[in-house]
Design a protein around this ligand. Structure first.
Ligand SMILES: [Zn+2]
Length: 144
């Protein structure tokens, strides 16, 4: 398998490993937004967040919190971002699901360039109804 993150998880490629347990691993991003930028991912290959099995999500989120706490306590940034890019359109470059945790500093000039939209008329209700309809008609996606 050519996945760069699977190579790290198997021990076939080098990385600064911060923490790992049976289901998830945290490493430093080699191209950080700020020094101390962490990546957390499941040990089992999953292309996007939606491909991570439910039973692996708890550890993925727990490790994300543990490592965020450690990063914040040790580096003392006044803020942090946690985000995950899923799909090429969203900026995903390694197709092994991962969360980014990056320190943030006042006036660090890092910004997502967003052009926020306004819903017209009943458009917001229609979007909500489309999503709710899927949830209501797919009991396999029961929310716990
Ligand atoms: Zn992988």
């Amino acid at each position: 398998m050519q996945c760069e993150f699977c190579k790290i998880i198997r021990g076939d490629a080098a990385a600064e490993i911060l923490f790992r347990n049976q289901r998830a691993i945290a490493i430093l991003d080699i191209n950080p937004i700020h020094y101390g930028h962490v990546l957390v991912m499941p040990n089992n290959h999953a292309s996007t967040f939606l491909d991570v099995p439910d039973e692996e999500l708890h550890d993925l989120i727990s490790v994300t919190k543990v490592v965020t706490q450690a990063m914040v306590a040790s580096l003392n940034p006044p803020g942090f971002n946690i985000f995950s890019n899923n799909g090429r359109a969203a900026g995903q470059s390694v197709f092994h699901c991962h969360f980014h945790i990056t320190p943030r500093y006042d006036d660090d000039k890092i910004q997502f360039i967003l052009k926020l939209k306004k819903y017209a008329d009943d458009e917001m209700a229609r979007y909500a109804e489309r999503i709710r309809h899927y949830i209501d008609t797919n009991p396999i996606h029961e929310i716990h």
